[in-house]
Design a binder for this molecule. Structure first.
Ligand code: T1G
Length: 689
C-alpha cells in the first residue's frame, strides 16, 4: 500500500483511508493505489462493506488542480468511480471538512454518503472555468433533483451537511466520531438485504423535473454568465442528465469538460485560484502573530461602518468611534439597516443579526480604544486629519496595538512617521462596500514590523478578505492603475464616443459595468472632491458636478435615471454638453470603435501595472491581477490585466501603445521597459524585482 492510501479491516468493514495533505486532492499518487485497493476489496470476502475516509482536516477537496494542462495519468477519476459502481457490497463515503469537486464525485460513486455536522459538500468546478468532469452533472441530479443540482453546479457554492441530508445527497449526519459511525452504518447496511443500487441507476428524482422550468432557470443563469462559458456548459450537462441515458450524458459531459479545460477562460480562473494563495504568502507569514481580540474603528461613515461590519461578521467585537453622538447614531443606524436588509432578503437570520449588533460598542471617547489590539481609521481623506487622528491614537493605544489607516491614496509612510510607533502602523485599504468587497490592499510602509504585516494578512483571511500586500505610492496598486485606465476617458468623449459606447465596450469585454455607469453609481462628487483637493480638473466631469449631476444619487450624472430607477438612459443634455465642449476646444469628432476604446483604456492599465511591478509596489504580476479581479471586477475569464496581456499578445499591446503615444504624446501610452521585456519573454516573473 502507498503512503497516500491505506486499508484496514474493522470487523468485516474495510476502511480505505486517503492521506494526501493538505486537502487530500485526488493526485495521481492517490488515484493509482485507491483504484488498486478498491479492485482488491471488491473481490475480498473478508470485506462485507467498504468505507472511504480521509485523514487530516478534510475529505477530498477535488481533483489535483496542478495536474490540469498535463497529460492525464491513468487511472483517472472516472475509472475509479466506474469501478466503485461494479462493487455489489455496500460502499460508504465518510465525509468531514469539505467534499468538493472530484471528491464529491467519488462519494457519488458510493452507494451511501455519511457526513459529520460541520461538513460541506459542493461542486465548485465552475469557479475554475470547468464543470464537474467526474460524472457529477449526471449523478447529483439523481439524488437531489435537477433544479437543486443546477443551482449547486452553476453557482459552485457548497451546502452544509444538514442541507445535503434534507436534499437526499447525504444518507446520515453524525455528531460523534465520524469514522466509527460510518463503520457502524456500513456494517448495518451489509447486514441488510440489499441490493445496493449505484447512484447512476437511480432515476426517480429525474422524473420530477419540470423541463420548462429548468430551461427558464438555465436561461436566467446564462444571462448572468457575462461571457463565461463554464456556467452554460454546466447547465447543458445537467440538462443532458434529464434528457439522455446516463452513459450518453456522461460522454457529453466529458466532451464539454475537455473543451473547457483547454480554453483560456479555465486557464485564467485556475491561474487566479493559485494567484490568490500566492498573494497570501506575505513576508513573515510564519512569524508569531499578534493577538487580535478587540478591534476599534474610527469613523462610522460608509467606509467605517462597512469595515466595522466586516470584523463583526468575522466574530470580532468592535468599538466604533465617532466625533459626536449624532454621527455615531447615524452610523449605527446604517449598520442596523444593512443587517435588516439581509434579514429581509433571507440571507441572514434575525438571531444572527441580533448577535452581530451585540458585538458593536459605540463611543465618542478615544480612551475607549485603549484596549483595542487593532485600530483602523476611516476618517476624511485628508492628510492633516489623518495625522491628527494618529496623534491621538499614539497617545491612547496600548503598546503593540496595530494602527491602520484606510486611506485610498495618501502616503502611509508619512502617516507612520507622524507617530512614535511606525513599526505598528500600516494601511488597510478596504473597498466599498467594505462588508461585501473581498479585496483588501495591505499597504506596507518602510518601517512596519514583519509580525504586524503577517498578523493583518492572517486577520484578512479570518474575515473572508482576499489580501494583497502593496507598497506605498499614490493610489497603491488598484487606484493608481484605475487612474491610468480612466486617463483617456474625456478625450474619447470629446473625440466622438458617447458614454454608453465606452460602457458597452467594457461590458462586452466582460466587465460588470463600464466606467461612466460606475461613476454614476459611486457618485461623481467623490472624484470631483479628490480632484479639487489635488488641484486637478476633468473638463466634462467637473461641469456635470457643477450642475449637481452626481449620478444615481441625484437622478442625473453621465446618464439620466427616471423616477429613482437605477437603469441608465442616455442623456441628450450631456451629449450636447460634450459636443459643445469639443467645438470649443476645436476637437474634430469621429466614429470611435470598441477596439480603440479598449486600446486607450485597458492597454494603459496594463502599462501602469508593468511600472508598478518594476517599482516593486507589487511583489508579483499575479498580485496585481488578484487586486483587479477582486477589487474592480476585471473579468475572471481573462485572469486579470497582467495575465490578459499574455492572452491579448503583449507585443501587440506595445505596438498599439507606441501608436497612441506617437499620435497623442501622452505619457500613459509610453510602453514601460518592463512591458517590452514581457513582450519578449512572455513571463512577468523574469521582469519583476
Ligand atoms: N488541487 C491542488 N491543490 C489544492 C487544491 C486542489 N484541488 N485545493 C487546495 N489546494 C492547495 C492550495 O493551493 C493551497 O496550497 C493548499 O492546498 C491549501 O488550500 C474532476 C475537475 C479545500 C476549501 O475547486 O476550495 O475536482 O498555497 O489555502 O483556505 O470534477 O483549498 O498551501 O501551497 O485554499 O483551508 C475542484 C479547491 C477541483 C476546491 C480549503 N475543487 N480548494 O481551503 O486552504 S477540480 C476545488 C478549495 C475537480 C473534477 C474537477 C480550498 C479548500 P499552498 P487553501 P483553505
Amino acid at each position: 500500500m502507498s503512503s497516500s492510501v491505506s486499508v484496514a479491516n474493522e470487523n468485516g468493514v474495510a476502511v480505505v483511508t486517503i492521506d494526501n495533505p493538505p486537502v487530500n486532492a485526488l493526485s495521481f499518487h492517490v488515484r493509482k493505489p485507491l483504484h488498486e485497493a478498491l479492485a482488491a476489496l471488491r473481490d475480498d470476502p473478508s470485506a462485507r462493506a467498504i468505507v472511504i475516509a480521509c485523514a487530516g482536516r478534510t475529505f477530498i477537496a477535488g481533483a489535483d488542480i496542478t495536474e490540469f494542462g498535463k497529460p492525464v495519468e491513468q487511472p483517472e477519476l472516472r475509472a475509479i468511480i466506474s469501478l466503485l459502481e461494479t462493487i455489489s457490497k455496500p460502499t460508504v463515503a465518510a465525509i468531514h471538512g469539505t467534499a468538493l469537486g472530484g471528491g464529491l464525485e467519488l462519494a457519488l460513486g458510493c452507494h451511501f454518503r455519511v457526513a459529520d455536522q460541520a461538513a460541506k459538500l459542493g461542486l465548485p468546478e465552475v469557479k475554475l472555468g470547468l464543470l464537474p468532469g467526474g460524472g457529477g452533472t449526471a449523478r447529483l441530479p439523481r439524488l437531489v433533483g435537477a433544479a437543486k443540482a443546477l443551482g449547486m453546479i452553476v453557482s459552485g457554492t457548497p451546502i452544509s451537511a444538514g442541507e445535503a441530508k434534507a436534499a437526499g445527497l447525504v444518507d446520515a449526519v453524525f455528531d460523534g466520531n465520524l469514522l466509527a459511525e460510518a463503520v457502524r452504518f456500513a456494517s448495518e447496511m451489509a447486514a441488510g438485504a440489499g441490493p445496493f443500487v449505484p447512484v447512476r441507476d437511480r432515476n426517480n428524482r429525474l422524473a420530477e423535473c419540470d423541463l420548462a422550468a429548468f430551461d427558464a432557470k438555465a436561461a436566467e443563469l446564462a444571462r448572468k454568465a457575462r461571457g463565461l462559458e463554464a456556467p452554460l456548459a454546466c447547465a447543458e450537462a445537467v440538462r443532458n442528465a434529464i434528457t439522455l441515458p446516463i452513459d450518453e450524458a456522461l460522454a457529453a459531459e466529458r466532451q464539454l469538460f475537455l473543451k473547457l479545460v483547454a480554453g483560456d477562460q479555465s486557464r485564467s480562473q485556475r491561474y487566479l485560484f493559485f494567484a490568490e494563495r500566492e498573494a497570501a504568502k506575505v513576508p513573515g507569514k510564519d512569524l508569531q502573530k499578534r493577538k487580535i481580540a478587540q478591534v476599534g474603528i474610527i469613523g462610522a461613515g460608509t467606509m467605517g461602518g462597512g469595515i466595522a461590519m466586516a470584523f463583526v461578521n468575522g466574530g470580532f467585537p468592535v468599538t466604533l468611534l465617532e466625533t459626536s453622538g449624532e454621527a455615531l447614531d447615524r452610523g449605527l443606524a446604517m449598520i442596523e439597516k444593512n443587517y435588516s436588509v439581509s434579514v429581509s432578503r433571507g440571507s441572514l437570520s434575525e438571531e444572527v443579526k441580533e448577535q452581530r449588533l451585540g458585538l458593536f460598542k459605540g463611543s465618542t471617547d478615544y480612551a475607549d480604544l485603549a484596549d483595542c489590539d487593532l485600530i483602523i481609521e476611516a476618517v476624511f481623506e485628508d492628510m492633516a486629519v489623518k495625522k491628527e487622528v494618529f496623534g491621538r491614537l499614539d497617545a491612547v493605544a496600548k503598546p503593540g496595538a496595530i494602527l491602520a489607516t484606510n486611506t485610498s491614496y495618501l502616503d502611509v509612510n508619512e502617516i507612520a512617521a507622524s507617530t512614535s510607533r511606525p513599526r505598528d502602523v500600516l494601511g488597510m485599504h478596504f473597498f466599498s462596500p467594505a462588508n461585501v468587497m473581498k479585496l483588501l490592499e495591505i499597504v506596507r510602509p518602510d518601517k512596519t514590523a514583519p509580525d504586524a504585516l503577517a498578523t493583518v494578512a492572517d486577520l484578512a483571511r479570518r474575515i473572508g478578505k482576499v489580501a494583497v500586500v502593496v507598497g506605498v505610492c499614490h493610489g497603491f496598486v488598484g487606484n493608481r492603475m484605475l487612474s491610468a485606465r480612466g486617463a483617456e476617458s474625456e478625450f474619447l468623449l470629446l473625440e466622438g464616443a458617447a458614454p454608453s459606447q465606452v460602457d458597452n465596450a467594457f461590458t462586452d469585454f466582460g466587465w460588470p459595468m463600464g466606467p461612466f455607469q460606475m461613476g454614476d453609481l459611486a457618485g461623481l462628487d467623490i472624484g470631483w472632491r479628490n480632484r479639487k483637493a489635488r488641484g486637478q480638473t476633468a473638463v466634462i466631469a467637473d461641469m456635470l458636478c457643477e450642475q449637481e449631476r452626481f449620478g444615481q444619487k441625484t437622478g442625473r450624472g453621465w446618464y439620466r435615471y427616471e423616477s429613482g430607477s437605477r437603469q441608465p438612459a442616455a442623456d441628450p443634455e450631456v451629449e450636447a454638453l460634450i459636443r459643445d465642449k469639443a467645438v470649443e476646444r476645436g476637437v474634430a469628432r469621429r466614429e470611435i470603435g470598441a477596439d480603440e476604446i479598449i486600446e486607450r483604456t485597458l492597454y494603459p492599465l496594463v502599462n501602469e501595472g508593468a511600472k508598478i511591478l518594476e517599482e516593486g509596489i507589487a511583489a508579483r504580476a499575479s498580485d496585481i491581477d488578484v487586486v483587479w479581479v477582486n477589487g474592480y471586477g476585471f473579468p475572471i475569464g481573462k485572469g486579470g490585466p497582467m495575465f490578459w496581456a499574455g492572452l491579448e499578445w503583449a507585443a501587440k499591446i506595445v505596438e498599439r501603445l507606441e501608436h497612441w503615444h506617437e499620435r497623442t504624446g501622452r505619457a500613459i501610452f509610453e510602453p514601460a521597459p518592463v512591458l517590452r521585456r514581457f513582450a519578449e519573454t512572455g513571463s512577468w516573473e523574469s521582469v519583476g524585482r
